[in-house]
Structure formats: C-alpha cells, structure tokens
Design a protein. Structure first.
Length: 243
C-alpha cells in the first residue's frame, strides 16, 4: 500500500484520467481528482472511489487559467501537504485542416494543453522538493506530438511542446529524486476518438486495435512506483506499435 502518498490527476472526470484515478486508488494512493467544475461525471468518479474505501478529494480549476490554478493548488497543499505525484492529463482537441483552423481553436488547444504544464506544475515543484523524499511527475503527450497528425497541427504542436518541457524539467529535478516522464498514447478507446476515422487509423496500428484506458493507467502506476525510481526524462509510447 502507498500510505500517505497523494497524487493529483488533472482531467480525471473521464477517459484516461478517470482510468488512472481508479487504478491508483486501488493501488492505495490518496487521490486528488480534478475538473473545471464539480459536474455529475466528476462527482460519480469521486463517489465510486469513496465506495472502494479509498481517500479522495476534488479540486476545481481551469488549467488554462494560471491565477485560478495556482490559488486552488496552493490552498490544497497548505491544508493537506505537498503531493507525492502529479499526473498532467487534462487536455482538449479541436481538429481541423490548418488553412481552415480558426485562431480561437489554435489558442484554446495551446493554452489548455501546453500552458497547463506551467500552470499546474510550477506551484507544486518547490513544495515537492521541500518534502526531501522521492516524487513523481507524469505528463501526457500523444503519438501526434511525436509524429504529427493530419488535421491536428495545433494539438501536435502542444503535445510536442509537452515532450520538450518534460525532458528539460527532468534534468532540473533529477538530483532531487523527483522523476519526470511522459506517456505518449496512441489511439485509446475514449470519447475523444468518437469522431475519428477509426478504420483508417487501425490500418496504421500493427496490433489492429485501439488501446484501453486501463492499459495507460497501468503504465502510469508503474512510473509512480518505487521500482521506477531510476526512470526519468523518458517518453514512453503506448500505441500498439504505431511507431
């Protein structure tokens, strides 16, 4: 069991974030759920984790709002202490061919997916360092951030930026015994792929199937574990052999 090890999972009301939160709760971590608002989805996740007999609390903020994010996170740490781990999962996609992409779709994807790296992690780093104990940071990129993807210039740019930022932060925190790694999922069975051309995408995947959110959650759980203490500055793909 992972007594007194608290992990913040941003964007944990659905999809990969939800799967990670459940998986980690069952592993014994104290879970801090996150969503912009306490809606029915997030409340349901919280209640189900409570039913498991696990410790859980909920934070509400917009990861693209720097001031609000800092205020809420700092208040939570002041009451409960620094986090053992942070999983930066929250993100959005607004796909379109680049010549037809509205500027608001570019801005929204960049601010929500890339700026959130700074907005969420900057307030938590020094409290994690002052714990003088091992810590874990995991970011979520995408196969799009590695190889690019048609109709996702904005999303690919943001996710590629996350990879660069993750690698740089890993260097800064390595001596502090805080690992920083990136998970880059491919096609994962969530509501984000409902409008994607699935049959076409499957032709690019040697395993000929989409991944399950729980498979990503299992990888995140390993990276949080004591056994992963010598793994840092890595981008780990989980994509069925897509690249």
């Amino acid at each position: 069991m992972n007594k007194n090890k608290s992990v913040l999972v941003t964007g944990s009301s659905r999809g990969i974030g939800k799967a990670i939160a459940f998986f980690l709760a069952k592993e014994g971590y104290d879970i801090i759920l996150h969503g912009r608002q306490l809606n029915d989805q997030l409340s349901s996740v919280r209640d189900q984790i409570v039913d498991l007999g696990c410790k859980v609390r909920v934070l509400n903020f917009d990861v693209a709002d720097r001031g609000q994010t800092r205020q809420v996170i700092e208040a939570d740490m002041a009451e409960h202490g620094a986090y053992y781990g942070v999983i930066c999962n929250a993100g959005i996609a607004r796909d379109n061919a680049f010549p037809a992409m509205p500027e608001e779709d570019w801005d929204a994807v960049i601010h929500t997916n890339l700026d959130a790296f700074y907005n969420v992690l900057n307030p938590v780093i020094m409290p994690m360092v002052r714990r003088r104990s091992p810590g874990r940071i995991i970011t979520l990129s995408s196969v799009s951030g590695i190889m690019g993807n048609r109709g996702q210039v904005n999303y690919s740019a943001a996710k590629a930026g996350i990879i660069g930022a993750t690698k740089a932060l890993a260097i800064e925190l390595a001596k502090r015994n805080i690992t920083v790694n990136c998970i880059a999922p491919g096609l994962i069975q969530t509501d984000m792929i409902e409008s994607a051309p699935i049959d076409e995408a499957l032709q690019l995947i040697p395993m000929r199937r989409a991944g399950e959110p729980e498979e990503v959650a299992a990888l995140a759980s390993f990276l949080l574990s004591d056994m992963a203490g010598y793994i840092t500055r890595q981008v780990i793909s989980i994509n069925g052999g897509m690249l």
